[in-house]
Design a protein around this ligand. Sequence first.
Ligand code: ZN
Length: 270
Amino acid sequence: MAPWPWRHRTKTGGSSISTFKLWFLPRRKFFFSLIALTGLLAFGTMTLAAVLTTAGRSPVLKGRTIVVDPGHGGIDAGTDYGRYYEKDINLTVSRVLRAQLTREGARVITTRDRDTDLSHLYPEGSTRQRRDLAARVQIARTHNAEVLISLHCNWSWKTYHRGPIVYYQVGREDSRLLAEAVQQELNKVQEGIRKIPRPAEFYILRESPMTAIIIEMGFLSNPTDRRLLNQPEYLKKLARAIIEGLETYIQVRELYRGLYGPVPMNYLPR
Ligand SMILES: [Zn+2]
């Protein structure tokens, strides 16, 4: 049997085409399967490549300036429980969040990366705390940030209170929308948590020209929250949830922009 039948002519003078057909027809199922399989493999490879290239690089956050503000620091420990200080947990989470946001392509600015307060950066202001907060807003302004996320920990006499709560500035729809998107994701991080974002009048929210929220990541007064806030795996989940919420907020805002034009900072649809 000739290996390449389309070059083979039979002794009876049959054309190469008919010889090809004689050879090919019984084998056609095999060839069609081969073509289908090759196509499937190529499609699979392309899909995998697409997934791999987009997995760590979210186009939503690419190039956006996000300020991550770990609350307190230095002489200001924030709230505490035994050897757990809020300022330390805030700083640890800010580093995890910064790493993940950077991987998503965002430009991340942190207001502090060590155990210090920031009052020395802003000379005007009656109290140390006011100067410290003013310095944080000033950093976000200087870098022309799009979003400011301030990280804090909660405390309550009622030790059963647990779970993250997001605060937004009263009267600022952009702040409220971001808070709702982030809260929705944070509610998935712990079993049985159904918090709603809360309106507030905190200096850092009120004075920030960009969209700002405060995240109270958990209660140091609650044993479950305390244990979770000291688990690196939980902190990664927490950071992931914040990013998912941030992405949703930006997508909704962009959608609004596409439909109705520029989004007024104090008005967004409910
Ligand atoms: Zn705090």
